[in-house]
Design a protein around this ligand. Structure first.
Ligand code: NAD
Ligand code: TYD
Length: 346
């Protein structure tokens, strides 16, 4: 296997890079990342392996992608590069359309071009539960058959990219699998997302901004369990255990309200609940996500392994132990973002 990973310097991507290097038979891992605000070279700085190569490049540069695919004789492409934050997509959707839709389009075209010249590339498309929209309190969890019904601009661009992948499977007969996972947490997540933002603010005794009533629900999963799901789907596709075009949902049966999460973080860090600050709700805020993973369990033998309490306390410990990583991020652009987003100087 010669694997191209897009977005390998982001939160989930760096865990994927580490894990694919452990798979027997992997000859080459090329990480293509544009290093946007959420991409961080430090996330991969400890990866020292002759088989690993980093390329600072955008997926929107087709000739560069084609060149890498050809020169490195790529046989598998794991696509994680994206604009990933809902709040930013509300402020400006353009980069989301460019990377999530058009960037995916370019990768798919490169895969088709390779196929025409005789090389089949397996395409692993990493998507999200948000494409299904929002659940009511008593609804059953999403399944792979739940209709796509995205409710925010980020989710709409991810749903569009999923549909592009499916259309390329149908019309160009490429080999692809789509994975959809619930909210991830773990080390090296950019601190604009709930868990690292609240952890870092609690440690620094700064305000913890909760949107609306804080009763929105997410199904939290440790990033390493998500990576196991991505890699299991990849291997199943490569050996022909599943057909091209299959979708797999990954979740953790771990539904929590935002306020519960924040209270747990505060307790863990030993900070006061008075730091909680209820702020104006996110426009169009999805109320509840929950992912059923019966299909992944039945076909791939996958299930989440990391227990919430230990996963969360280990994650909090990681942010506590890696203050230089936090400090390098929480300056510059990040400070401006926080100020504009919450109207508070953090
Ligand atoms: P992230 O924002 O931490 O990382 C995204 C990475 O993509 C960054 O390294 C960034 O530099 C890179 N990137 C952005 N635009 C690029 C471009 N044009 N060319 C090359 N690289 C580019 O995001 P994440 O949380 O690691 O998410 C990774 C993927 O997983 C995304 O596709 C996201 O939709 C999906 N996902 C995330 C979650 C979650 O909870 N974080 C859950 C399900 C699915
Ligand atoms: P987030 O981590 O942005 O993930 P997503 O919106 O993709 O699920 O947010 C998780 C939940 O936390 C979501 O309901 C919004 C809420 N939230 C806050 O209440 N305050 C915040 O400052 C952030 C970033 C999120």
């Amino acid at each position: 296997m010669r694997i191209l990973i897009t977005g390998g310097c982001g939160f989930i991507g760096n865990h994927v890079v580490r894990r694919v290097l452990m798979i027997p038979g992997v000859e080459k891992v090329v990480n293509v990342d544009a290093l946007t605000y959420s991409g961080n070279l430090d996330n991969c700085k400890d990866i020292i392996d002759d088989r690993y190569r980093f390329v600072h490049e955008s997926i929107n540069n087709k000739s560069a992608i084609d060149e890498i695919i050809e020169a490195e004789r790529i046989s598998v492409l794991i696509h994680l590069a994206a604009e990933s934050h809902v709040d930013r997509s509300i402020n400006s959707v353009k980069p989301f359309v460019e990377t999530n839709i058009d960037g995916t389009r370019i990768l798919l075209e490169s895969v088709v071009d390779s196929k025409k010249s005789g090389t089949n590339i397996h395409f692993i498309h990493v998507s999200t539960d948000e494409v299904y929209g929002s659940l009511k309190p008593d609804d059953p969890p999403f399944t792979e058959d739940t209709p796509l019904n995205p409710q925010n601009p980020y989710a709409a661009t991810k749903a569009a990219s999923d549909m592009l992948v499916q259309s390329f499977v149908n019309t160009h007969n490429i080999s692809a699998v789509i994975t959809r996972c619930s909210n991830n947490f773990g080390p090296r997540q950019f601190p604009e997302k709930l868990i690292p933002l609240m952890t870092i603010n609690a440690m620094n005794k700064k305000a913890l901004p909760i949107y609306g009533d804080g009763k929105q629900i997410r199904d939290w999963i440790h990033v390493e369990d998500h990576v196991s799901g991505i890699l299991s789907s990849m291997l199943a596709l490569i050996v022909g255990q599943i057909q091209s075009g299959e979708v797999f949902n990954f979740g953790a049966e771990n539904e929590r309200t935002n306020i519960q999460i924040v209270q747990t973080i505060l307790k863990n860090v030993g900070a006061e609940e008075s730091l909680i600050s209820f702020v104006k709700d996110r426009p169009g805020h999805d109320r509840r996500y929950a992912m059923g993973y019966e299909k992944a369990n039945r076909i791939l033998g996958w299930r989440p392994e990391i227990e919430w309490d230990t996963g969360l306390s280990d994650t909090i410990q990681w942010y506590n132990d890696n203050k230089s990583w936090v400090d390098s991020i929480t300056s510059g652009e990040y400070r401006n973002y926080i100020e504009n987003q919450y109207g508070i100087d953090n």
